[in-house]
Design a protein around this ligand. Sequence first.
Ligand code: UP5
Ligand code: MG
Length: 190
Amino acid sequence: IAEKKPTVVFVLGGPGSGKGTQCTNIVQHFGYTHLSAGDLLREEIKSGSENGTMIQDMIKEGKIVPSEVTIKLLQKAMQENENDKFLIDGFPRNEENRAAFESITKIEPQFVLFFDCSEEEMERRLLNRNQGRVDDNIETIRKRFKVFLESSMPVIEYYGSKGKVRKIDASKPVEEVFEAVKAIFTQKDE
Ligand code: UP5
Ligand code: MG
């Protein structure tokens, strides 16, 4: 029996642009399941997996974990879930991630939400977060910004060229950003 492919929305944007915050809102209103690639990687570290040390070192340096590791975690999370609608938050982060996900899963995103925010504002948010993330220090934050610009923006441009990007001004307050997000998901539901 052929398995039906799930619907996937990629949620992208710089570090601290509000991906996780808005995904929580989207889940409550639109029935998607939220999969944060970063959260899955952090859980993998905690679980004491053999990849844990490597993942931890890469996150601390703001580097992108090898695709096969992240894709395996995402696939497993989708398979273990009954839902057929997923928000994939913070992935794909480079062209290689994107191409590997596409060729392994054969899934193309329904669309890509892009949270556009200034580095100044993102830096302020990350330094205020205080949740003990090993990458929320100014040195790592600067590395994350650089990786985002150099490696992740090309992914957004790729989907932009396919007409799939829904860009949102993410520098506004949480409620205002969510109004813009809602408008996009409401269109898609029609
Ligand atoms: N906040 C949120 N929205 C706000 C608003 N509108 N106004 C004011 N404040 C707002 O928000 C960040 C903070 O800002 C919070 O305190 C929030 O309350 C506030 P959040 O919603 O957490 O933003 P988010 O975009 O999710 O920020 P996050 O830090 O999670 O983004 P990153 O992309 O940096 O982190 P992620 O967890 O995705 O990845 C971490 C690392 O894991 C990567 O650097 C990389 O090393 C690794 N990784 C991979 O290698 N591969 C992957 O596929 C994914 C991750
Ligand atoms: Mg996040």
